[in-house]
Design a protein around this ligand. Structure first.
Ligand SMILES: [Cu+2]
Length: 305
């Protein structure tokens, strides 16, 4: 979650402004500290009778210390305004990969209209390709923030905000909702996984396929299909709920519940049994499954790669 280890054009642009402000302020610090030191030593009290010459009203000095800060502000304003215009364009660049982002209390939904993929809490992107995020929040205001890839962008009900950047290095980048959005705001995390070109196509193909149900997890599959889960979750070929995250490829995700826990069998079973205990206020009810049923459903969900 570092803002100074930039891995996209957008994040580097922000760093440029940081850099300019840092060097300008270091320069000011050095000058002020040097003058201060000089005055402290040169005019220290040696003789109570001998006072330095007292000056009242010095127009040249006053004009000087009005113009100098104005110049400093100008030096900061010019690159800042340039970079605001460079990073805030709402137009979709040609050839950009479009992803629809929805911020929900308290999870992230990602849809790729051109690829017909839906996922949650893990945004997968190919390295070197410009991405165009179209963001909207169905409930309250959230803010999309992946510090190493770009600046914050508010996700607002009834309004589409956009964010454009080009990831520059493969890897996993952490993100977090950055606008207080209710009791589990701190539990609304996300990961951006930037793929090398070679693995991107394979990821897309995996996500587009409808996963088969293995015989070993048939009990869990049956339980899922006859429980209220189907009203809120989509699993392609099984259910079409849209209140919670799409679970078609849940087993391919590394975390559960918006990045708060690694998706191990124990964690997923605990989540399915009593989500409230792991995430206060969560919009998923406990459905009264037994431990054994919860483990069966968890094994089924984790098999959906
Ligand atoms: Cu939020």
């Amino acid at each position: 979650m570092s803002t100074v280890m930039a891995r996209s054009d957008f994040a580097r642009a922000i760093n440029e402004v940081y850099g300019i402000i840092t060097w300008v302020t270091i320069g000011i610090f050095v000058v002020v500290a040097a003058v201060l030191l000089y005055v402290i030593i040169r005019y220290r009290e040696r003789d109570a009778e001998r006072r330095p010459r007292q000056i009242r009203g010095h127009s040249l000095l006053e004009i000087g210390w009005t113009i100098a800060p104005a110049l400093v502000l100008l030096i900061i304003a010019i690159p800042t305004i340039q970079i605001i215009f460079r990073t805030q364009s709402a137009a979709r660049p040609a050839g950009a990969l479009e992803v629809d982002v929805r911020g929900h209390q308290w999870w992230w939904e990602f849809r790729y209209p051109s690829l017909e993929i839906a996922t949650a809490n893990e945004l997968h992107l190919p390295v070197g390709q410009t991405v165009y995020l179209k963001m909207e929040g169905p409930d309250v205001i959230h803010s999309f923030w992946v510090p190493r890839l770009g600046g914050k962008r508010d996700v607002i009900p009834g309004r589409i905000n956009t964010l454009t950047f080009t990831p520059e290095a493969p890897g996993e980048y952490l993100g977090q909702c950055a606008e207080f959005c209710g009791i589990s705001h701190a539990n609304m995390r996300m990961r951006v996984i930037v793929h090398p070109r070679a693995t991107w196509a394979a990821w897309v193909a995996d996500q587009q396929a409808v996963p088969a149900t293995a015989a070993a997890v048939a009990d869990g599959a049956a339980l899922f299909a006859r429980s209220a889960c189907v009203g809120c979750h989509t699993i392609l070929g099984v259910s079409a709920g849209v209140i919670g995250p799409d679970l078609t490829h849940f087993g391919s995700r590394g975390t559960v519940a918006a990045g708060i826990l690694p998706s191990t069998l124990d964690n997923v079973a605990a989540w399915v049994k009593d989500p409230q205990a792991l995430k206060p206020g969560v919009k998923m009810p406990a459905l009264g499954l037994t431990d054994e049923q919860a483990r069966a459903v968890a094994a089924y969900l984790l098999s959906l790669k």
